[in-house]
Design a protein around this ligand. Structure first.
Ligand code: EPU
Length: 418
């Protein structure tokens, strides 16, 4: 067990290079099952969630090995082992693997991934989508048993533009005869990245990034080398931190279009931003300004995965902000930790009212989920005095060595054993 020790109050300055995206790399790893040839995922981030996904892949008989930052996955010998709850419990997005196993093997057995700290996270859209491709699915004491022997391509209309369900169905359709069409597909950049990866393996996916995606099944996919997209949430996390602490930082390896919803809100919160190619520079020299109403929604709206980090930033804004969380029913859990630092936040259901205070003070804090943990780090960097953040394993699920990123920018932050 580890903790982060943060002496706050220092501005952040310099430049940082953003890691590749966890939420792109995870479905890409799952999609490796679609081919029996080796795949190299270049510059794959080293994260707890990636390790959890690789453990599932190994359990299924695949090999997965890092050579430096490049991950090589080979799924020549896929075994139809039941993916037990000890594996799915570590990674809610383990359900993304169903589509690729079914496409390749026409059967799959996986324990229900269950809910997590941020919400119940049902999988009904994944299940109904796969049933729409004629997969027979029964729940046998918590194990989802899928029989895809009669699987057929078809048109799937998603009731909600779920990221994971869209990705699952794209993978499911990749090796099916005929055309699978997903209507009301999610439009997140990670969907486009997955489509590009499947196409790099010889697939035929069109329309990703729009709300109708067409997947024409091919007989076989081949190995490939692929670099996932930059992590837009890690970029946003650094930008929000700079607006909270003050300073001037250039964030490199970003796709500015991907973070438009974030940078526009940072401007509202008083930051100055400029874009040059794949780099964004932020300068903040005053207390953040409040944001009248900050509402999360599906891409291209403001992402739910940035809501906690913005809340931490707005905790010391020069006025009151209202945050509305539309995606996950329980994503304000971290706010009670911010209150320990002197923040004034009241939460009712999916709405948080944040009355900015002039300064936060250090405290002993516990991260209970990934983005909530990042919010605590931001608040601690901006606070006066020392904070200790426990539950670092949650932060390590999505940020590659978060303390190194902020220490290189001048933050007084280090990791220690508990
Ligand atoms: N939903 C259902 N039924 C389903 C699927 C989803 O009701 O079958 C609901 C969820 O409960 C949630 C909403 O739909 O309320 C959005 O879920 P979605 O399926 O779009 O999310 P996801 O695929 O489970 C991915 C990211 C999340 C990110 C969301 C939304 C990955 C691995 N995870 O999850 O990332 O918050 O999209 O953008 O891609 C994170 O990185 O911290 C994280 C939680």
């Amino acid at each position: 067990m580890q903790k982060l020790i943060i002496d706050g109050g220092l501005p952040l300055n310099g430049e940082t290079v953003i890691q590749t995206a966890k939420n792109a790399a995870l479905p890409i790893i799952a999609a490796c099952i679609l081919t029996d040839e080796p795949v190299t995922i270049e510059n794959c981030p080293h994260l707890n969630d990636i390790d959890a996904m690789l453990n599932i892949m190994r359990h299924l008989g695949c090999t997965a090995e890092f050579f430096g930052d490049n991950l090589t996955v080979c799924c020549r010998d896929v075994a139809l082992n039941v993916i037990n709850s000890d594996l799915t419990g570590k990674l809610r997005s383990s359900i993304f693997i169903l589509g690729s196993i079914l496409s390749r093997c026409r059967r799959a057995y996986i324990s229900h991934p269950g809910g997590c700290e941020i919400g119940l996270r049902p999988i009904d859209l994944h299940i109904s989508g796969l049933k729409g491709l004629s997969v027979k699915i029964v729940d046998d004491c918590g194990v989802i048993c899928c029989d895809g022997t009669d699987m057929k391509s078809g048109v799937i209309n998603l009731d909600f533009a779920s990221v994971g369900a869209t990705e699952n169905l794209m993978m499911a359709g990749a090796l099916l005869d005929g055309e699978t069409v997903i209507v009301n597909a999610a439009r997140e950049p990670e969907i486009v990245d997955l489509a590009e990866f499947i196409n790099a393996m010889g697939g035929d996916v069109r329309g990703a990034g729009g709300s109708v995606i067409s997947i024409r099944g091919v007989k076989k996919l081949h190995g490939s080398a692929y670099t996932p997209m930059p992590d837009r949430i890690c970029a946003g996390t650094v930008l929000a931190a700079v607006n909270a602490t003050g300073g001037s930082v250039t964030v490199k390896n970003v796709v500015p279009d991907h973070i438009f919803g974030i940078t526009e809100r940072l401007k509202k919160a008083g930051a100055r931003l400029s874009v040059r190619g794949n780099a964004v520079r932020i300068t903040a020299d005053a207390r953040p300004r409040p944001i009248h109403k900050l509402e999360t929604n599906v891409y291209p709206a403001f992402p739910t995965d940035m809501q906690p980090q913005f809340c931490a930033m707005l905790a010391r804004a020069s006025g009151s902000s209202v945050i509305v969380e539309n995606l996950f029913e329980n994503r304000f859990g971290y706010t009670s930790e911010l209150v320990k630092m002197g923040a004034s936040i009241t939460v009712k259901d999916r709405i948080a009212v944040v009355n900015g205070v002039s300064s936060l003070h250090g405290a002993t804090l516990k991260a209970c989920d990934l983005r909530g943990g990042a919010a605590l780090v931001i608040a601690a960097l901006a606070a006066e005095g020392r904070s200790v953040v426990y539950g670092v394993e949650h932060i390590d699920r999505g940020y590659e060595c978060i303390e190194r990123t902020f220490a290189e920018l001048g933050g007084a932050i280090h990791r220690a054993e508990v």
